[in-house]
Design a protein around this ligand. Structure first.
Ligand code: SAH
Ligand code: SF4
Ligand code: F3S
Length: 438
């Protein structure tokens, strides 16, 4: 009987993509994947270190898996991903339940580490391998409709608050030829949408041909004209005119950009080592909107960075009002050991961080609501994802602007993976509701 592996994924989309690599490596080595933690021989957690509460959640979950180990003495528990890299020295002491620790660049070695753990020892593999891109490993995808594809790994930006460059190592890209080949195969297999992933996709560079991210996007858009193409995340400093023009030129490149601003204050942006000013950022937004008038935009915001004054905070609120994002991911600053900002006094009190964050969230909610109200009467092409969470009579999907759209689909006449046209009738801050137009 093949041994069964259960895996849970936390954190960003890179981790979702990596989990598919992990599955591929393990199934090739003769293991079987399962959806049930209770019947598994291995429980793996693909983890995130970006904020303290992300890590805390995972540590609690580990404690919870202790019950399973009492029932099944052969059960092995493994920590993968960013926490594995960050906590390699301390995790065995902190949580005796953990049997193996494998960092994001070492997934090829999983079968070897499993063998060590089966022999009764603790297995560990956490080097950062500067060249690893998993280029030759075809991810084991299960969706059949939307696919992730990591075009580059790592980050060289070293934003002062961010742990990612330490857990993921330096930037490296997969060759364009093999990416385009894989995406063409996805199209042949019936996939309708592909999302290109990287911590900083604008840094993409094909070592042999010198092709940059705009070149890769254009090549892909031409190669799979019937497929939707998305990407995350781009950096405001590197959002070139050429990239914007390429997006505008192709109908199958989705008109949605996640462009994290983090703060509206130049003083804070400089302390964050972001490499741009509010003025530069707003210039990029202007250029984007000139090229793509109906583009949807989202951002990330950090509230309460070390030294952030009320005036800095006000500038963040101002930039939200100036840009008018469709949506935002908003966080309070969480100090990460080993980063530059760790050495800056974390001097905004917790209650004040929460107050500022709530102010940001309230403003953004109001803006999202207003923008979505303006969607009434518009027609959207929507890729159907499945049943709506609210009602079996309804289906849901995403527009090319990445908005969640809900519409009646009696008897499930329209199937998952189809494109439909939906006329929007009403909305909330997070969702559009409409009706299929034939
Ligand atoms: N590479 C991507 C995403 C990085 S992590 C990018 O650069 O956009 C996603 C978001 O988490 C960041 O954009 C930032 O807003 C937030 N984040 C990162 N480190 C954080 C920290 N220490 N405290 C609070 N939020 C943080
Ligand atoms: Fe972190 Fe900055 Fe790199 Fe994004 S660009 S992963 S925020 S260091
Ligand atoms: Fe988290 Fe690692 Fe992604 S820290 S956000 S899982 S790169």
């Amino acid at each position: 009987m093949p041994k069964k592996v259960y895996i849970e994924t936390y954190g960003c989309q890179m981790n979702l993509g990596d989990t598919e690599i992990v599955r591929s490596v393990l199934v090739d080595a003769g293991y079987e994947m399962t959806d049930s933690a209770e019947s598994a021989d291995y429980i793996l957690m693909n983890t995130c270190s970006v904020r303290d509460n992300a890590e805390r959640k995972i540590l609690e979950k580990l404690t919870h898996f202790k019950r399973f180990k009492k029932k099944n003495r052969n059960l092995r528990v493994g920590l993968l991903g960013c926490m594995a890299k960050r906590m390699r020295e301390t995790i065995f002491e902190q949580r005796d339940i953990v049997d193996l620790v494998v960092g994001p660049d070492e997934y090829r070695r999983l079968p070897e580490i499993f063998a060590i753990a089966e022999g009764g020892e603790k297995g560990i593999a956490v080097r950062l391998i500067t060249a690893e891109t998993y280029d030759d490993i075809e991810p084991l995808r299960t969706d059949g409709r939307s696919a992730w594809i990591a075009i580059m790994r790592g980050c060289n930006n070293f934003c002062s608050y961010c742990i990612v460059p330490y857990t993921r190592g330096r930037e490296r890209s997969r060759p364009a030829d093999s990416l385009v080949k894989e995406i063409e195969k996805l199209a042949r297999d019936g996939y309708r949408e592909v999302t290109m992933l990287g911590q900083n996709v604008n840094s993409y560079r094909d070592e042999t041909t010198g092709a940059d991210f705009a070149d890769l996007l254009a090549r892909t858009a031409e190669a799979v004209p019937d497929m939707w193409i998305r990407y995350v995340t781009s950096h405001p400093r590197d959002m070139s005119d050429r990239l914007i023009e390429t997006m505008a030129r192709f109908g199958n490149i989705c008109k949605y950009i996640h462009l994290p601003v983090q703060s509206g204050s130049d003083r804070v942006l400089s302390m964050m080592n972001r490499g741009y000013t509010a003025e530069h950022y707003l210039g990029r937004i202007k250029k984007i909107r000139e090229a793509m008038p109906n583009v949807a935009l989202s951002t990330d915001i950090i509230a309460g960075f070390p030294g952030e004054t009320l005036d800095d905070h006000r500038r963040t609120l101002e930039i939200l009002e100036q840009v008018r994002y469709d949506g935002a991911y908003m966080f309070r600053y969480s100090p990460r050991e080993g980063t530059k900002a760790w050495d800056m006094p974390d001097d905004v009190p917790e209650e004040e961080k929460i107050r500022r964050l709530n102010e940001i969230i309230d403003l953004q909610q109001k803006i999202s609501k207003e923008i979505n109200k303006g969607e009434t009467g518009r027609l959207h092409k929507v890729l159907v994802e499945g049943e709506s969470k609210r009602s079996k009579e309804d289906s849901q999907g995403r527009s090319d602007t990445n908005k969640l759209v809900i519409f009646p689909n009696p008897d499930g006449a329209i199937k998952v993976g189809e494109f439909v046209k939906v006329r929007i009738q009403r909305s909330t801050a997070a969702t559009l509701f409409g009706e299929i137009v034939k």
